[in-house]
Design a protein around this ligand. Structure first.
Ligand SMILES: Nc1ncnc2c1ncn2[C@@H]1O[C@H](COP(=O)(O)OP(=O)(O)O)[C@@H](O)[C@H]1O
Ligand SMILES: [Mg+2]
Length: 466
């Protein structure tokens, strides 16, 4: 049997041949398979290398184990064949260095050894070597072993690729799942807002009619009071004009009237009635205003993209949220001159509502909510600041996620900011948050004045709430 150790003059420039022609026929060799051979004997090295090259492998070779370490790191061979006895660093040490470096630990390592001490071989196999070959090595055995390693590495590579594909598929699935959750959350919120909008519109409609005639009647009553007062004044004038010597029975009747007037405090009643009707009118005015706000908030006319006065939107939202705010915060408005914005006003109102109500919720006892607006050439900015509890750093990245809430069940759904984020995104705007625990939070909304929405009018689908 021909042994590699006995061969010394193989021509290393032989053209590469496919593995199948030289070794077994059922092996399909991977063209990219790279083998690193390390042996301090140049003769042995050349001989092994030539055999491998003839079988079609790409081979790098070195007599220096330190160079081998570098080559392994840089070129990532599929297999290292290393001699055992080498003066500078033996095969054991090289193998251990290869396997303890995470960059190279995956490389298959075969130790070539003339040492027939079983304990050394066991030690090598137990600690770092994937296999060993006993010298003298026959070319057939060498190729059979290498081919078998290559089959294993090919399978390992395929497994790794499949794993990678699976991981990617899982990531895609997770992303799709998140999007689905997001959409579900939005739908839920839209559904909720739709019913609130409908309810508000319905209530507003129902109240509108009666409050209009209550207000009108109060106006008429106020007008009626004037002639009544005049009539009493006239009676007073007539009484004072009656001469003192008039018939006593008439004087008596007049006194009777005067006593009744005094007793019932008619002049006070007339004055008080006037005030009461005035107050009631103020009340009905207020109800009319609320009804108008509700209609503004949920009215179908407002469901189209249109040039909108953002200040009006914020004001009507403040009225809606007033109950949540009034005991908690003073509202300070710092409105600057801003142009009208091309947007879905109703949707933006919902964003303002979410952010303002969140600000009120963040304030424990009493604080301030400051609403500032300004503009540059292309954008309008709305900043809502509060002096509330602030948001801890670890929560800042989560607050826009659907269902993230720190509020008790019933008070928070965790959907407000997720929905706000999506609405602002649809407007090609941005929503940013700055917060310091214990000091307060500022949400800043940046909206393009002439949004691209103008060009996408047909494509963007936004569910209307009423
Ligand atoms: N102004 C704010 N100050 C402090 N925390 C806030 C503020 N705005 C939002 N948050 C935090 O973000 C979370 C998510 O808000 P949001 O999506 O509106 O849902 P929800 O208000 O239903 O909890 C809140 O539960 C709260 O922890
Ligand atoms: Mg909220």
């Amino acid at each position: 049997m021909e042994n590699i150790d006995h061969q010394s003059s193989e021509n290393s420039n032989l053209p590469h041949q496919p593995a199948g022609e030289l070794s077994n026929n059922h092996f399909t060799q991977l063209p990219q398979s790279l083998i690193l051979v390390v042996d301090d004997s140049q003769i042995q090295l050349t001989s092994i290398t030539n055999h491998l090259k003839k079988a079609g492998y790409t081979v790098i070779e070195t007599t220096n184990p330190y160079t081998a370490l570098n080559l392994a790191r840089e070129q990532k061979p599929d297999l290292i064949l290393s001699d055992y006895f080498m003066p500078e660093m033996d095969g054991m040490a090289l193998g251990e260095a290869i396997k303890s470096n995470p960059e190279t630990s995956h490389i298959y390592f075969i130790l070539l050894t003339a040492n027939d001490r079983q304990s050394d071989r066991y030690h090598a196999l137990n600690s770092f070597a994937d296999d060993y070959l006993q010298k003298p090595i026959s070319p057939q055995e060498l190729l059979a072993r290498v081919n078998s390693v290559m089959r294993i590495t090919k399978l390992q590579k395929e497994l790794k690729d499949r794993n990678h594909q699976l991981e990617m598929a899982i990531k895609d699935l997770e992303r799709a799942n998140m999007e689905l959750k997001n959409t579900q959350a939005q739908l839920l919120q839209q559904e909720k807002m739709a019913s609130i909008g409908l309810l508000a519109a319905g209530v507003a409609h129902e109240i509108n009619n009666p409050i209009c005639y209550v207000d009108m009647n109060l106006g008429t009553m106020l007008e009626y009071l004037e002639p009544i007062e005049n009539a009493f004044r006239k009676v007073d004038q007539i009484i004072s004009a009656i001469p003192k010597d008039t018939e006593p029975s008439i004087i008596e009747k007049i006194q009777e009237y005067k006593d009744y007037y005094q007793q019932e405090d008619i002049s006070y009643i007339l004055e008080d009635m006037k005030n009461m009707i005035k107050e009631s009118r103020e009340g009905s005015e207020r109800v009319k205003e609320i009804v108008q706000t509700l209609r503004d908030f949920s009215h179908v006319d407002h469901s189209k993209r249109q040039y909108t006065n953002i200040h009006h939107g914020i004001d009507s939202t403040l009225k809606i949220a007033w109950n949540e705010i009034k005991y908690k915060a003073n509202v300070v408005k710092e409105y600057h001159d801003i142009p009208e914005v091309f947007c879905y006003p109703q949707q933006l109102n919902q964003v303002f509502l979410n952010v303002i109500v969140n600000a009120a919720h963040a304030i424990k006892d009493k604080g301030e909510i400051r609403i500032k607006t300004w503009a540059d050439d292309r954008y309008v900015y709305i900043a809502v600041s509060d002096t509330g509890c602030g948001i801890p750093k670890e929560n800042l990245s989560k607050i826009f996620e659907p269902f993230f809430t720190t509020k008790p069940v019933g008070k928070g759904t965790g959907l407000g900011l997720a929905m706000s984020y999506n609405i602002i995104k649809k407007h090609k705007g941005e929503i940013a948050v700055e917060s310091e625990v214990g000091k307060g939070t500022t949400f800043t909304i940046k909206l393009p004045i002439e949004s691209d929405l103008r060009n996408e009018q047909q494509n963007v689908e936004i569910v209307q709430y009423s």
